[in-house]
Design a protein around this ligand. Structure first.
Ligand SMILES: *Cc1c(COP(=O)(O)O)cnc(C)c1O
Length: 248
């Protein structure tokens, strides 16, 4: 995969788009009777060159997400100063293979795409060896669409319970990608399903599950529905940077 070209979107445009997205999130939170501060905005930076990522951080984004290990690694040197200064956190939000764990841990401050016990164990082993604790989310496939990663909702509590038992990881909650469906009620039901999974796990009283409160759900096209169903992190790319050149 070629590295992204320098950005054609101007920093001022990125800042304006970011502010618009933040207003959408804030409005959706208020409409749902929630505090806007309860919903964090993650900017999905896949296919965006490092200068565009830097621009969005300069505009105030404090959490970004990458899908592909190769892109995460390629942009890491350009963003190292911002990460070191604590100005931005970097989450892995795409499917991750076990043999890439070391590369991811060199840069990422959290992993939202834990979808198997084997992956969780690989992350945990490395973190325990390094004496660090990594925040993770369990990815759940609420739509059942084959193209999407994540465990089935019925299997999520078991994986979550296994993850909390691993030294080196801290389970912070759950992540999903909403259904690719024209019917809003279908999309919304999927987000509600993730909330039910979260409530079941965080309310189970099992040791270590009490921290698993986060719901990372909602993207440019469906963030309002996700916030209405309790999202605490929404992940937005297109609405900040414009349409991506190649479909993902
Ligand atoms: C690309 C991506 C997003 C953002 O999607 P947009 O539709 O561009 O807002 C969110 N989450 C994941 C996992 C993604 O891959």
């Amino acid at each position: 995969m070629p590295l992204p070209e320098p950005s054609s979107v101007l920093p001022a445009q990125i800042a304006q788009n970011l502010a618009r997205v933040r207003s959408r999130v804030d409005d959706a939170a208020r409409a749902a009777g929630r505090a806007p501060s309860d919903v964090r905005l993650l900017v999905a930076t896949k296919t965006q060159p490092a200068d565009a990522v830097r621009a969005v951080v300069e505009a105030g984004a404090d959490l970004i997400g990458e899908n592909r290990v190769q892109e995460l690694v390629a942009k890491a040197p350009d963003l190292a100063d911002l990460v070191a200064a604590g100005r931005v956190e970097v989450h892995m939000i795409g499917h991750l293979q076990r043999n890439k764990v070391n590369q991811v841990l060199a840069t990422a401050t959290g992993v939202e795409s834990v979808d198997s016990l084997a992956l969780a164990e690989a992350l945990a082993a490395r973190c325990a060896r390094d004496g660090r604790v990594l925040d993770v989310l369990v990815q759940v496939n609420v739509s059942g669409e084959e193209s999407k990663s994540g465990v089935r909702p019925d299997d999520a509590p078991a994986l979550a319970t296994a993850v909390v038992a691993l030294e080196g990881l801290r389970l912070r909650g759950f992540m999903t990608i909403g259904a690719n469906a024209p019917d809003e009620t279908v999309v919304r039901a999927g987000f509600a399903r993730l909330r039910e999974v979260r409530d079941a796990v965080a309310g189970s009283g099992a040791p270590g599950t009490g921290d698993a409160r986060e719901l990372s759900m909602g993207m440019s096209g469906d963030l309002e529905l996700a916030v209405a169903e309790g999202a605490t992190i929404v992940r937005v790319g297109t609405a900040v940077f414009g349409p991506r050149p190649t479909p993902r």
